[in-house]
Design a binder for this molecule. Structure first.
Ligand SMILES: [Zn+2]
Length: 332
């Protein structure tokens, strides 16, 4: 009923947390070099160990303590892109946080950003993968810090740094607490996305649309609980960055076949597929496609169409978009 998905199928990934994509072996290596004891965040088989979403945030932040310099981030960029390229990803966008790169200081942030961008350009040449960055405010760090983060993003907007977003614990604060940051980013010409409708219900998606005026929603899957909202998303062309494996792993849905991605797509919502924090959720994009193909009978043609929608929703310049669309069509 479903075909095997070719891992080499060219893919576009829009929702990827940069530090969350760090291979555990890479983080373990850095911890050893720097004599940082974070042994407790690893399982005996070398993966990341955590109990639930809130503990995951703690483990994530502990892993981030090993990333202390622009050079660490240069190496991280190459390690993350090597994994993505092996997975057939030809274009990725990643969430970057100045809070983890120079503690929100713009001058320090510029150095981190330069290191990441240079490594990304190297990877483009050697691995054929293009990366763009989305600065992300961390919701549970609060509205004040989000303002500093937005200013960092606005000051450093570039061909590489193209978007602004909001991630972190959806249960803390309200989207309206972040309007200043999103207005600042929008005025600077950054494209906007926000996490909503993962832990919060459909009202959290409405609030993100109304208060933050985003064009994409990170997750957004719980919109399915309000069909009027689903129709609104379809009509407006709001793109959902759906991460099914992450949702199942963290218990938002009990299994892939209970996940609403197929129903959202049937109601003409533009869905895209991403891995969120792949080593944390023990997944790859190819694995997501294979599981979706098994759950819903999707074929490579379905994934090609989804990847075209993702390329059209990418926060990149038009020349890059045209090039990626050509690769997806097999013409480059
Ligand atoms: Zn996410």
């Amino acid at each position: 009923m479903s075909e095997k998905i070719d891992p080499a199928l060219p893919k576009v990934e829009l929702h990827l947390h940069f530090e969350g994509a760090a291979p555990p072996a890479f983080i373990r290596g850095l911890a050893k070099e720097k004599h940082i004891d974070i042994a407790k965040i690893f399982t005996p088989d070398g993966g990341y160990a955590y109990r639930d979403f809130w503990h995951f945030l703690e483990v994530y932040e502990a892993a981030c303590t090993t990333l202390q310099s622009p050079e660490d981030f240069r190496r991280l960029t190459l390690a993350v892109l090597e994994d993505r390229a092996k997975d057939g990803v030809v274009y990725a966008e990643t969430f970057l946080s100045p809070d983890f790169c120079g503690v929100g200081d713009v001058t320090a942030w510029r150095e981190y950003l330069l290191a990441i961008e240079e490594a990304a350009l190297e990877a483009q040449k050697t691995m054929g993968i293009t990366l763009k960055g989305i600065v992300t405010a961390i919701r549970h760090f609060g509205p004040d810090q989000s303002r500093a983060t937005a200013l960092c993003a606005a000051e450093t907007k570039s061909d590489f740094l193209t978007g602004f977003g909001l991630a972190g614990d959806e249960k803390q604060f309200h989207p309206k607490d972040f309007t200043w940051a999103f207005d600042c980013a929008r005025e600077a010409g950054l494209r906007l996305t926000a996490h909503a409708g993962e832990w919060g219900g459909p009202e959290s998606v409405r609030d993100a649309l109304d208060h933050l005026k985003v064009e994409r929603i990170g997750h957004g899957v719980r919109a399915i609980e309000d069909l009027a909202l689903v129709d609104q998303l379809a009509e407006q062309g709001t793109v959902l960055e759906v991460c099914p494996g992450s949702n199942v792993f963290l218990g938002v849905y009990p299994s892939f076949d209970k996940h609403p991605i197929d129903r959202l797509r049937e109601r003409e919502v533009k869905v895209t597929i991403s891995t969120d924090d792949p080593p944390f959720f023990r997944t790859t994009l190819t694995q997501e496609y294979e599981t979706l193909a098994r759950a819903f009978g999707w074929t490579e043609d379905d994934f090609r169409a989804i990847n075209r929608d993702a390329a059209n929703a990418a926060f990149c310049d038009e020349a890059t978009r045209a090039r990626i669309l050509q690769i997806l069509e097999g013409r480059a």
